[in-house]
Design a protein around this ligand. Structure first.
Ligand code: ATP
Length: 441
């Protein structure tokens, strides 16, 4: 357990930096913005993709027992009837009679005081509010044409269980992983991209023989916790919190959250749940399909139990940014640097000609072309070199390659390290391998 304390000032620093440097923009800003909806800019789209790729690498690429899936976002009501989302995917909503603001009762610090106007006992009775977005398919509206935007990616996995089993040659224990957008009509979105109505999830359903469920649950708890540490979140900002018995859903025999120390305190990044055979049984019963596994070697038929690690990509990207943010004094000035793991950094390398003169920009662009085949690179020829290094520090670029007047003569460039700021002269011949070894992607 960590004894670190939250840093409230970090919140504004991250919101400002991400706007200023092109990570995240408020959506529809030229029309005054669209509350709690965000667009990912030129740098943000790279980093978000890197977060998802790092997850995919660890969950699919480096394993023999997990396959991928990309299921539809639109789905018919039958799915959500069977999954229990119509009945249970609700939050308790209260209105303040005084200021008319709405709140999620279970997220209020004090259920008797309105956090907006401060009025005491001004809340209405709580009513259950379903979080799913509803729309209609085709030209006719109304009953029979309703469709839903998925509020989680998991159900698409359960619906394809039999398809994947038949086509992939996997047998339990095996998993199906999916990354994609989910939509929830959150009552109180907020804290920047922490809680939004449109967000990205990274979920995996791991199907196991029932007797092995407890063991695999422990395995995935540890495995998922380690993923965040491996990508550079310090242990002091991360904890694994087991749910109390009264927090567990009725079908779950164990749930743990990976929590991060956000500027407002500990909050969830990911949930790992032992879901028993709840989902497959619900869909088997409602659809009439056999969602079982038949083991031809033993002749045994059973319904697998499921361990689900469910993470948020957009929320996790913010946590990686917060964990990486650092300020230090360098020659009387504050240097802001994102000490991002190279795998997460939007750009791995920035190519910087020392001057805008064509004798430097020509060969620098040629060098850029050589490096781009291997790494996501930035190129910048504006301002003095010191300012350009600082800009790359704020983007988290691990290595800068500077092409100067000597480079024309000696065929070497200066490689500058983001974290130590140390510079090294490296021959252009062999530069790609040199950079690859240092980045260790
Ligand atoms: P919460 O209790 O915060 O509403 P949850 O426990 O319902 O979240 P899950 O359904 O377990 O969340 O979703 C898995 C992950 O998806 C969460 O850990 C989080 O990272 C992400 N997530 C869920 N809702 C949102 C949202 N509204 N905005 C951004 N990310 C979200």
């Amino acid at each position: 357990m960590s004894d670190a304390s939250p840093d409230p000032a970090l919140f504004d620093k991250i919101v400002n930096l991400t706007k200023r440097r092109g990570f995240v923009f408020p959506s529809a800003e030229i029309y005054g913005g669209f509350r709690s909806t965000y667009d990912y800019g030129p740098v943000g789209v790279l980093m978000l993709r890197n977060v998802k790729d790092a997850w995919w690498r660890s969950m699919v690429q480096l394993r023999h027992d997990v396959v991928g899936l990309d299921a539809a976002i639109l789905s018919p009501p039958a799915v959500w009837e069977a999954s229990g989302h119509f009945a249970n995917f609700t939050d308790p909503l209260v209105d303040c009679r005084n200021c008319k603001e709405r709140f999620r009762l279970d997220k209020l610090d004090d259920p008797h005081t309105c956090p907006n106007c401060g009025e005491k006992d001004s809340f209405t009775e709580a009513r259950q509010f379903n979080l799913m977005f509803k729309t209609h398919a085709g030209p006719v509206e109304g009953k029979g044409h309703e469709v839903f935007l998925r509020p989680e990616t998991a159900q698409g996995i359960f619906l394809n269980f039999a398809n994947v089993l038949q086509t992939s040659r996997k047998k339990p224990p095996f998993g199906i992983a999916q990354v994609g957008k989910s939509f929830r009509n959150e009552i109180t979105p907020g804290n920047f991209v922490f809680r939004t109505r449109e967000f990205e999830q990274m979920e995996m359903e791991y199907f196991v023989p029932p007797a092995e469920a407890a063991e695999w649950y422990q395995y995935w708890r540890q495995e998922r916790f380690r993923w965040y540490l491996d990508l550079g979140i310090p242990e002091s900002m991360l904890r694994l919190r087991d749910h109390e018995a009264d927090e567990l859903s009725h079908y779950s025999s164990g749930t743990a959250d990976v929590e991060f120390l956000f500027p407002w305190g500990w909050d969830e990044l990911e949930g790992i749940a032992n879901r028993s055979d709840f989902d497959l049984s619900a869909h088997a019963e409602a659809s009439g399909e056999k969602l079982d596994y038949f083991d031809p070697t033993t002749g045994e038929r059973y319904r697998p139990h499921v361990i689900e690690p469910a993470a948020g990509a957009t929320r996790t990207m913010m946590a990686f940014l917060m964990a990486a943010y650092d300020e230090e004094e360098v020659r009387g000035e504050t240097r802001v640097v994102l000490r991002l793991h190279p795998r997460l950094a939007p750009y791995k390398v920035a190519v910087l000609p020392l001057s805008k003169k064509p004798e430097l920009t020509g060969p620098a662009l040629e060098l850029l072309g050589q490096l781009q085949g291997r790494f996501m690179c930035d190129y910048d020829e504006t301002q003095n070199i010191g300012k350009r290094y600082r800009r790359q520090d704020e983007l988290g670029t691990p290595l800068c390659v500077t092409f100067d007047f000597d480079s024309v003569e000696d065929g070497a460039v200066t490689v500058r390290d983001r974290d130590s700021m140390e510079q090294e002269r490296v021959p252009i011949d062999g530069l790609v391998d040199h950079l690859a070894a240092r980045l260790d992607l």
